[in-house]
Design a binder for this molecule. Sequence first.
Ligand SMILES: *[C@@H]1O[C@H](CO)[C@@H](O)[C@H](O)[C@H]1NC(C)=O
Length: 204
Amino acid sequence: MYKSLEYFLGHPQSSRNIMFTLLPAVSLVLALCSISVSATPLGRSTCTPNAQGAAVSIVSSADGTLKWGDANPTPTVGDVLSALSFDGDSPNFHVAQSGQFPTSFVINDVNNHALFVDSSTAGSLTFNTTSVDFDQGFQLFDITCQSCGSDTTPGQSAGSSCTVSPLGPFVNACVRIVKPDVSGLPLIVGSCEGSELQLFDIVF
Ligand SMILES: *[C@@H]1O[C@H](CO)[C@@H](O)[C@H](O)[C@H]1NC(C)=O
């Protein structure tokens, strides 16, 4: 009787002892789990590019021979922007902070600063003058990159693997090329999918 009482009282005691013995191991496992969670791609840090007032090309990260451009040699209001051939030719845009908070960008034709890249035409990017669209955010873009640089030597990047997201009424919108290897197709605005076709390098 005494023995079995000791057994019943002693048993919880010893399992509690086991718990205390395991506790450091359990917390080590939990700590390792939280480290591996923060090392997943979702936790990867991002940056905001700074073109330092220099002209840039906006080059596809999926196909470095395609850049944002206007097929019209004299860009004008209403032109639709496309993915055009890029072979290291002169930069054709200015990408500047808008001065609005949170940080957003305006994107202008390099020669004609009155032309703003505009997302008000559904699904595409056009050149427009600054207008009521500016207040509605159609000419504001969020640009988030996986790495950023400050070397303005031609060919270096202010930002690499960047998503370009029109603000305005859009939620989770990203600019993308239609496909690699084909120049002349319009740039498209659609929902962000994490696709490489939606990544661009901001090249000096
Ligand atoms: C230019 O902006 C106006 C609004 O100010 C808008 O109605 C028009 O559709 C825009 N045009 C283009 C080509 O983006």
